[in-house]
Design a binder for this molecule. Structure first.
Ligand code: FUL
Length: 735
């Protein structure tokens, strides 16, 4: 039947002298063409919309804010990578102070092709490189400062990391972007108007000399103290005025018109509001930045709370980018080689970022060789495989699609075609719609992917999906924002019919994609927990066997089977893996501190909360100094008696991670004592760099183990507010 209809239709088109344009098609008997096309659609055959007459309606009108062509292209990248590389790679720091000697930058085997190929193979469509991080060290031979690769021994000062990355991306056919930190802890002029000219000159060099850029990344972090040409002082700037962003953004627009500008508040894309890579849901691509005084927004001057979800029906098209590192920190360090995210975890991230309409910017930091470390390579390889496996079969393909209403130029069956140009749209005046898909055969899947033709704005506000089971439609998943795309995973269903209901829209709802997929099942690695007695518990789903090691080696089929909780009073490393026959999961590995059961708090501020909460083995219970009578400001110290003398190798500070960062300790001093009376100088002091944006466990490593029974942790400075908060303190023993 469908082929008969197609022949009829072709006849009609031939009668119209084979001219495929709409103007010529108007000469064909419109009513016939319309009738044939509707009949064909009913049989699951869809015509290119350019062949269809639009005699019934005006052209579809956009609604609200819409993306620029550069943003449209950016949305379709879905995921790209970040490479944090600097002197920090060689010092182990998270934020360099600015006094690092350029001579320490000396990767032994830097290979941009290796890095780019690993990323491209895993499906990343672009790479952003930290051309200059907060430490001020420039990865290209800039004319603006000597603090660059030109002063390093790498390639005898003749190398250009940015240039090599740009070339490798071009060669492999992925896009390239740059990060240029506004905060510069090295530059003597930082904080004065002169620095702004230096900063713009650096940016100009990057914009002019490295080909087409898809994104330029402006970091909102602005610390305070730094080296600043030897002054070693705190410099504060007004983030909303100092950089005069509109002028810089204009320069980017002129020199790189295809580049999207990232900052906390856009204008090209916005920060998702956390460094966990997790977008809110809904995650609207539109955003009306709110500033405290109602003035126009500037980075660092916005309401962070609304970033994860954006603004429903917001004023500007400023979609979210979810930036996150594959490791706990942004820079490579050997101690984090065992903390690389597993492929399964990367899949979760993918669903929570790309799957909610954001773009995923995954940081994969090169190591001291200038390569992606083997552990990261292994994880990315499997992640890429899982994605390819998921997208290998679209169960909706070949379906028959019906809508309760459709524009004649935007029939329902268009949702099966690739790209945003062909879409289904409900008839004029409608604010709801229903699409029914009859699949070619009964099939099993658990993921639906929907997308709006966002060139016409983000229109849909609420939708639900029903599946046909036991002779009726039953609710399966529901959602709010769709925009560039949404991926929702529901229960695994076996059916031949689904119904997508657009329950609320601001303008005629439109969809350019409805597709169905099956997420590959990955064997779950064990989870680990520990109490203050130093008892470690491992858990895995039923039917799996857990094997573990305590000596740092990888658990294999010969390793002991986990049956009872493991007692590790002195702490140590546990590595574990699930097994089903010879099939294995990824390895999880964790370093545990010594038990705290016999610890006692000797002194600490206790008006607001019991200081014992800092050593109770429970990260959710907080010791803080925000009393009912008011905030008790830093410095605040806690002195702990560990009950026995042990060789202290490192001390952990766990910040709160309950959604706010108020009171999080930014800088500290650490003292050790054998008798609790004689303390001497601090054995360590410093800052917890980037702890506000990335509140992960901080490890203060001592140059060498020191025997001690008592420690004193002093919080010198805290984020926002005027009190301090400690979720947990721990000690690692030398073993
Ligand atoms: C933050 C920086 O402070 C981190 O070091 C990192 O570069 C991250 C992407 O942005 O604001």
């Amino acid at each position: 039947m469908a082929s008969y209809l197609f022949v009829c239709l072709r006849e009609e088109i031939l009668k119209g002298s084979l001219e495929r344009r709409r103007t010529r098609l108007a000469m064909i008997t419109m009513s016939k063409l319309f009738l044939y096309s509707r009949l064909m659609a009913a049989f699951g055959v869809c015509l290119p919309s350019t062949l269809l007459p639009a005699f019934a309606d005006e052209a579809p009108q956009p609604y609200g804010a819409v993306p620029t062509p550069a943003q449209l292209a950016w949305h379709d990248m879905e995921m790209y990578a970040f490479a944090h590389f600097s002197t920090n790679t060689f010092t182990g720091k998270e934020w360099g102070y600015g006094d690092e000697s350029p001579t320490i930058f000396n990767p032994t085997n830097f290979d941009a092709d290796q890095i780019v190929n690993v990323l491209a193979d895993a499906g990343f469509k672009g790479l952003i490189v930290t051309a200059k991080h907060h430490d001020g060290f420039c990865l290209w031979p800039t004319k603006t400062t000597r603090h660059s690769v030109a002063s390093s021994p790498w390639k005898n000062g003749k190398g250009d990391v940015v240039g090599e990355f740009a070339k490798a991306c071009q060669k492999r056919g992925i896009k390239f972007g740059v990060y240029l930190s506004p905060w510069d802890r090295n530059h003597p002029a930082y904080g004065t108007p002169k620095y702004i000219s230096v900063y713009r000159a650096q940016l100009r060099e990057l914009l002019e000399n490295y080909g087409d850029l898809f994104e330029v990344w402006f970091d909102g972090a602005n610390g305070g103290d730094g080296f600043y040409g030897g002054k070693r002082e705190r410099r504060s700037i007004d983030r909303s005025t100092y950089y005069d962003w509109p002028i810089t953004w204009k320069m980017v627009g002129e020199l790189q018109p295809h580049a999207v500008i990232f900052s906390d508040v856009g204008p090209g894309c916005r920060w998702v509001g956390n460094e966990r890579g997790v977008a809110g849901y809904p995650c609207w691509a539109t955003y009306s930045p709110r500033t405290s005084d109602g003035s126009s927004p500037a980075p660092g001057h916005c309401d962070i709370g609304i970033l994860p979800s954006g603004t429903n029906d917001g004023k500007f098209w400023i979609p979210a980018e979810a930036d996150v590192s594959i490791r706990p920190g942004w820079f490579w360090r050997a101690s984090e080689n065992t903390y690389v995210r597993t492929p399964d975890n990367l899949m979760d991230l993918y669903f929570c970022s790309v799957g909610r309409g954001a773009c995923l910017n995954l940081n994969v930091p090169p190591d001291q060789r200038g390569l992606i470390h083997e552990n990261d390579v292994a994880s990315l390889k499997v992640f890429g495989k899982l994605l390819r496996q998921m997208y290998s079969k679209n169960y909706a393909s070949g379906a028959r699609v019906h809508a309760d209403s459709e524009r004649s130029d935007s029939p329902a069956c268009n949702v099966l075609k690739p790209g945003r140009k062909s879409f289904w749209m409900a008839q004029n005046g409608r604010k709801t719609g229903t699409l029914t898909l009859e699949l070619p055969e009964e099939s099993e899947w658990d993921v639906i992917r929907l997308a709006e033709p966002i060139q016409l704005g983000q229109r849909i506000r609420r939708f639900s999906v029903e599946v046909w089971l036991d002779g009726r439609f039953v609710p399966w998943v529901e959602g709010s924002s769709i925009g560039p795309r949404v991926l929702l995973q529901g229960s695994l269903v076996k059916t031949q019919k689904i119904r997508v209901r657009i329950d609320q829209a601001d303008a005629e709802p439109a969809l350019c994609e409805v597709s169905l997929w099956k997420r590959p099942v990955v064997m779950k690695a064990p989870t680990m927990s520990r109490n203050k007695e130093g008892i470690i518990k491992l858990a895995a789903p039923a039917g799996l066997t857990i094997r573990y090691t305590l000596d740092g080696s990888e658990p294999g089929p010969q390793s002991p089977i986990y049956r009872d909780p493991i007692s590790l009073p002195n702490g140590g490393r546990v590595a574990a893996r699930s097994f089903r026959g010879m099939e294995t999961s990824e390895v999880v590995s964790e370093e545990f501190p010594v038990e705290t059961r016999s610890w006692k708090v000797i002194s600490a501020e206790n008006q607001a909360a019991d200081p014992a909460r800092a050593i109770d083995g429970d990260e959710r219970s907080l010791w803080h100094t925000h009393a009912a009578s008011g905030e008790l400001p830093p410095p605040q110290s806690i002195v702990v008696d560990m009950g026995r003398t042990i060789p202290v190798a490192a001390v952990y500070y766990v910040p709160r991670h309950d959604g706010t960062s108020r009171g999080t300790v930014k800088s500290y001093e650490l003292y050790l004592s054998q008798d609790g009376k004689h303390w001497g100088k601090p054995v360590a002091q410093g800052e917890f760099s980037n702890i506000q944006a990335n509140p992960v466990r901080q490890k203060i490593v001592l140059a060498q183990p020191i025997p001690a029974r008592f420690f004193r942790f002093t919080a010198k400075d805290a984020v926002e507010g005027n009190h301090i908060v400690v979720a947990e303190l721990g000690v690692q023993m030398a073993y």
